[in-house]
Design a protein around this ligand. Structure first.
Ligand code: AMP
Length: 427
């Protein structure tokens, strides 16, 4: 017996019945980005592994555990080296790589880019967590882009997309990590304060203590939570300047009527963040409740070899938006305008040419190739396809160079000259 092939674990087919909802979300994101003055960018699905390691941080969970690397060599083509390449786990690194490589900094002082597309992480699949998932993301990069207003605008923009996609009560958590020096200080302080409690931390956090201490703060495990609770985290580690910046972001959010919760525990797992970080979640999702996240990353462009320009960005998960708004109908696919039925072999030849003529003129059309099956069956097929009209071409019609058009709603029929069919249907 032939083998059945299954879809790889952690991936999903997006079936025609679901496409309407996907299109609705993607179209809405594109519309809102347009209103905010963003342009689309499309980068490859894979990049040098080193790019991700350098940008997200060698010690981040994604780089340590979730990178999907391409096979070292294609055995059928020994010359084709694929080593050192990985499927992209997120969008920012590639957008920054492209910004630098294409000298976008020389073209404009502020570059506003958005992307939509598949991302890949070797995670343990569960509801809301896939190995191939899709993000809607945006980045603003440029020399004069450090502004608390811009941070607030990016947050408002992500919330607007989510709300317009039907997310009822998105919850916003906000934090500031400060400058790289502030981060250095707070990591030192954290290490000192957590050292006595290290044995109480979960195994993962014990290793995070060594390699990425900030990650201990947002561990979901109860025991780690209790340890972090006792730290009573605040903003003492921030410099005066960073504190003022954070205050200004909050004031700008208030001016836009955006509710938020301050969360000193929100650290995000990636090295590149500085100052503002945020996460948006929904209570209608289960344990994987994050809809999206983002923040400011002022040193990444320089760290990846570009000029010293600042940047801020975010990414939203499309599958999570769909889960959080389950039950909301997508746009229904456009109904077929015309379904063509021929009644014999001879008229079939003419009907076939007509189907192409209609499509070329922008009239959605399909045809029954089964001219020898009963008219009733063919009308049933038209019904299943949701056709608005059935165009029947039999020998009588053909003799008059005409066609019968049946309106599937009213049942009315009329005979129209073949030369006028296109203009008749376009009316
Ligand atoms: P991150 O880059 O991890 O902050 O992800 C940003 C958003 O992408 C998250 O808030 C999720 O909505 C979505 N996301 C991240 N990882 C996954 C995954 N493995 N499966 C589905 N969605 C994901």
């Amino acid at each position: 017996m032939a083998k059945n092939y299954n879809i790889p674990r952690g991936t999903a087919d997006i079936l025609p019945a679901e496409i309407g909802r996907w299109r609705q979300i993607e179209d809405e994101a594109r519309r809102v980005f347009g209103v905010y003055g963003f342009s689309e960018i499309r980068t490859p699905l894979f990049e040098e592994t080193e790019l991700f390691a350098r940008s997200m941080g060698q010690t981040s969970d994604v780089v340590q555990k979730q990178m999907l690397n391409l096979a070292a060599q294609n055995p059928n083509q020994p010359g084709v080296e694929l080593s050192g390449l990985s499927l992209r786990p997120e969008g920012t690194a590639a957008v920054v790589r492209s910004y630098i490589q294409n000298n976008l900094d020389r073209k404009e002082s502020r570059t506003k880019l958005f992307y939509l597309g598949a991302m890949f992480r070797g995670e343990r699949p569960q509801k809301g967590r896939l190995r191939q998932f899709h993000q809607i993301g945006a980045e603003v990069i440029g020399p004069q882009t450090t502004s608390p207003y811009l941070d607030a605008e990016m947050i408002a923009l992500s919330l607007e997309i989510l709300r317009n996609c039907g997310v009822a009560n998105p919850k916003l958590k906000l934090n500031s990590l400060g400058t790289p020096e502030d981060k250095e200080n707070s990591s030192k302080q954290l290490r000192e304060r957590l050292q006595p409690a290290i044995v109480e931390l979960c195994e993962d956090c014990q290793s995070r203590f060594e390699r990425n201490i900030f990650r201990v703060l947002d561990c979901k495990k109860k025991t780690c939570n209790a340890v972090v609770d006792k730290l009573q985290l605040g903003y003492a580690h921030l410099s005066e300047e960073s504190r003022q910046y954070f205050e200004a972001v909050k004031t700008a959010l208030v001016s836009l009527g955006v509710d938020f919760e301050e969360s000193p525990r929100l650290v995000r797992g990636l090295d590149y963040y500085t100052h503002t970080v945020f996460e948006i979640s929904s209570s209608s999702l289960g344990s994987q409740d994050a809809l999206g996240a983002g923040g400011r990353y002022n040193n990444l462009v320089r760290d990846l070899g570009g000029s010293a320009v600042d940047a801020v960005g975010f990414a939203l998960g499309i599958e999570r938006i769909i889960l959080a708004t389950e039950g909301q109908a997508g746009i229904s696919p456009a109904n077929l305008e015309a379904f063509i039925v021929a009644l014999d072999e001879n008229t079939m030849k003419k009907a076939f040419v007509l189907s192409q003529l209609l499509r070329q003129n922008g009239v959605s059309a399909d045809i029954s190739y089964r001219w020898n099956s009963a008219l009733k069956n063919q009308l049933n097929q038209a019904n299943k396809l949701g056709a608005k009209r059935v165009l029947i071409l039999g020998p009588d019609e053909l003799a008059k160079n005409a066609i019968t058009i049946k309106d599937m709603n009213s049942g009315e029929q009329q005979v129209v000259s073949l030369d006028q069919v296109v203009s008749h249907l376009k009316k």
